[in-house]
Design a protein around this ligand. Sequence first.
Ligand SMILES: Cc1ncc(COP(=O)(O)O)c(C=O)c1O
Length: 353
Amino acid sequence: MLKRDIDTPALILDLDVVEENIRTMAAYFSARPQKLRPHFKTPKTPEVAGRQLEAGAIGITASKVGEVEVLARAALGPVLLANQIAGAQKVDRLFSAADRVEVIGTVESEFNLRELEEGAVRAGRSLGVIIEVDTGMHRCGTETTAETIGLARRIMRGPLKYRGVMGYEGHAVLVPDRSKRETTARAALTCLSEHVAALRSAGLAPEIVSAGGTGTYDIAGSWPDVTEVQAGSYVFMDGAYRIVRPDLGQPALTLLTTVISRRGDRAITDAGMKALTNEFGPPVGKELPVKISRLSEEHGHLAAGESEIAAGMKIELIPSHGDTTINLHKEYYVVRGDEVVATWPIEGARAFR
Ligand SMILES: Cc1ncc(COP(=O)(O)O)c(C=O)c1O
C-alpha cells in the first residue's frame, strides 16, 4: 500500500527518520559517561523502545504504570517510572510488572514511600527507588537537601533499595531562546548537584542521577553529576521541538488528513480535536505551507487563501505536540518513502493509569 491510499485521519511514522533520530541521539551519548534512558511517553510502542535499546540506551523511562506494563509485556527494560504514584491498585500493578522486567520507582515524600513499601510487603519483593528533587519546575519533588537526605535514610530503613535521585528541568526544555534555556537548565542542574553533594557528604552517594529532556539533552548530558538523560520527544521531533531544537532531528511523525470541503479561502479537513492536539500551537503542513487555524471536534479549519487545495486532497500535518496527539490513536502507519511497510499498534496510548 502507498501512503496516499491510507484512510484518514491516520498517524504516519517515517521509519527512516525515526532510525536517523535514534542514531543521532545514540551517537551523542556513545562516548560520554552520561547515558540515555529515553522516555516512552512519546513513542508508546515497544517497536521504538526496542530500537532505542539496541542503539545503546541503558533502559527506558516511563511516566505511568500503564506504560511500564506495556514495556514489561515486551520484556524491555530496565524501566524507570519517573513519576509518583498513589493507590494500592497501581502499586500492586507496578510490583507485578517488576516480575517481568527490572523496574525502578520514584518517591518524593514519606507518603509515596509508604505506599511503595506497603506494596513491597504485599508483593514479598523489593524494588529500587530514586528520590525526585524539585529543581525549579515546581511539580513534585523534595525542596531541601535536608528533606532529600531524610528521605534517603528513610528508604534505607525499609524494604526498598535506595538508588539515587532525579530532577527533571521541565520548565527549561521548551524555552525557545538558547541562552535563556541554558541559564534555566544550568540553575536547575546546579540545584540537583547541591542535593547530590549533600547526599555524598551524608554517606548516601547516589548511583543514579537522572535529568534532562529533548530541549536540554546536551546540557544535562554534559553535566558532570548527571548519569542519565530522560529525553523522549527527540525520537519524533514534533512541531514545538522543531522550533526549539532545529539543530536536532527531522520530524518523523505526521497526521494524514483529507480535505472534505473547499469554499472560497476556507478548506476543511477531516481531522479535528479527536485526532490532533494543538496545545503547543497550530499543526502545520509538512510539504504544503498550510496552517490549521482552528480545530473543532471532527474538523480542521485551514486558511487556504489562493492555494490549489481542493476537496479530496490529502495533506500531511506536523502536530505541534506529538505525545498528546499519539495518545488519541490506535496505530501508526509506518512508511519508508511513500511505501507503507507496517502498522504498529500504539499499546501505550491512553495508558494514563
Ligand atoms: C519526568 C520527565 N522526564 C523527561 C521528560 C522529557 O521529555 P521531552 O523529551 O519531551 O522533553 C518529560 C516530559 O514531559 C518528563 O515529564
